[in-house]
Design a protein around this ligand. Structure first.
Ligand code: 5GP
Length: 126
């Protein structure tokens, strides 16, 4: 079944400028901003400007330009924050929640970039 995009989701409102955000980086296709409830010293959300609900929706339906731009923005955030292990940083985690089991709160595709403290094992069992 195809995804139905909800134009009233909070990130759609941020993209329309109806709600403020702390922008970290913006390009033609992508916006990155600080999470309002950070779970680590670095907690940035990267979102496409297009109407995609989840990772699989974005990966299947976005244009190559959107997909490349999205990932380049994420890479620039890692580089500028100095958290990439390849550049001597202490590391980071990317997370993308999709649907009920993953407790996706906002139905607009987003990548969390978390860093700045030890992040523990990948999943807890709660
Ligand atoms: P999800 O659970 O969907 O993967 O994550 C949604 C994230 O969006 C949460 O970490 C939450 O703190 C963040 N968030 C929700 N509403 C807002 C908002 O209005 N502004 C910002 N910057 N982040 C938000």
């Amino acid at each position: 079944m195809a995804y139905a995009y909800d134009d009233q989701n909070i990130f759609a409102k941020i993209l329309r400028g109806e709600i403020p955000n702390a922008t970290v980086l913006e390009t033609e296709h992508t916006l990155a901003f600080n999470d309002i409830r950070p779970q680590a010293p670095v907690h940035v959300l990267v979102i496409p400007k297009g109407r995609y609900v989840t990772f699989d929706d974005f990966a299947a339906h976005a244009s190559p330009e959107e997909i490349v731009d999205f990932h380049r923005v994420a890479a620039r955030i890692v580089a500028e924050a100095g958290i990439g292990p390849g550049a001597g940083g202490a590391g980071y985690r990317t997370i993308s929640n999709a649907g009920a089991d993953a407790v996706q709160e906002v139905p607009h595709y987003h990548l969390h970039i978390l860093a700045g403290r030890p992040l523990g094992r990948m999943l807890d069992r709660g």
